[in-house]
Design a protein around this ligand. Sequence first.
Ligand code: CMC
Length: 414
Amino acid sequence: MTDIKKGLAGVTVDETAVSKVNPETNSLLYRGYPVHELAATQPFEAVAFLLWNGELPDAEQLAALRRTEREHRALPDDVRAAIDLLPTSAHPMDEVRTAVSVIGARETAGISNVMDAVGTPEENLQRSIRLWAQLPAVVAYGQRRRRGQELIAPRDDLDYAANFLWMTFGEEICTPPQAAEHVEATEAASVPAPSTSSGSSASGGVPDPVVVDAFTRSMTLYAEHSFNASTFTARVIASTLSDLFSAVVGAIGALKGPLHGGANEAVLHVFDEIGTAGNVVPWLDAALADKRKIMGFGHRVYKRGDSRVPTMKAALDTLVAHYDRPDVAELYDALESEFVARKGIYPNLDYPSGPAYALMGFDTLTFTPLFVASRVTGWTAHIREQQAANALIRPLSEYVGPDERHIDGYVADA
Ligand code: CMC
């Protein structure tokens, strides 16, 4: 009998120079740099550049990337029209998947010979940058559309992360310049409530720096994680010499599942179910009796804790203090300590990022699309790496169906 590795667990399928996950030392390196160092010091644009090019950008390279990113920030009319064809009750991951399909069809229009679909390395770098630049508008518009709010135009004076927040929340997330001296008062404000306003013009305010910082860190932490399910999906598609956008669409489908990226949304559903820290024990008793998986815990590779959690937990703690929401921290800590004590299974990145995104004001359904907006950098780095040293990914299977048999004149509707 063939030795089958279910779920490819423990199987090394290829080499990569994009990132290194080391469960022994609990470290994650992007192109050699520890992810927590990148999250603490770099704008997300620099992290994206690093993943695509292998080195951090110099000032000129960063400025050039930022110029290109700003040029492509606005939601194209036809992409918006395609999104608007979908019911507002469609899952936002389906919306993002559809939008990337439309962006890809626009980008590759005119390529009628399938042999040309794959494109050159330089074409694919530029496609990666443009796709990354357009996704915030897709995600932001999705949330606004579901809330019955108008599209907000991008702002050229803001970097990637601040502009992403601006396009999602507009003035709701801004600290007006005149209020700068009242930071303490701002820090005592409650979580921004969903607004029904439809403001779409730039104001003198800038997105709250505390939120921008936490959001930037989350984008960096989500950007890349070696051969996870969605990245592997992207590489499988790329290995057929299909186009970059098809590979990203497939990756989005893989990321949607709650065992992978959908877990950050699922964590908030769990928090909503439990309600308060005092309910953790009876909730967990019932959940484990039902053999439920507890979302936001466990990992295929890390068995002693996810290397990204401490950085995201610190960002969550900052938001908890900023919005004065100790109840969120109490529930977080109570579920973590009770579950770890019972099962010895530790939180993964989705556990702190879920409540962090909720405190920032994102709808629960928007969390996994945020993961897409970040991970598109890692996916496209891997797609280009796959293309550069390609071998069609085509594994074998062990057949366990019926032995050979024959029709012998059988006809269903005789
Ligand atoms: N809750 C309850 N039990 C768990 C959990 C969990 N979250 N995770 C693992 N286990 C148990 C599992 O039931 C099994 O027990 P037993 O041996 O008694 O059957 C054992 O631990 C091994 O679990 P597994 O599912 O075979 O391990 P895996 O390496 O295939 O699973 C995982 C990894 C992420 C699918 C799993 O831990 C899980 O389902 N976690 C919840 C979903 C989640 O948070 N996913 C996000 C993953 S990290 C971010 C990302 O990649 O997007």
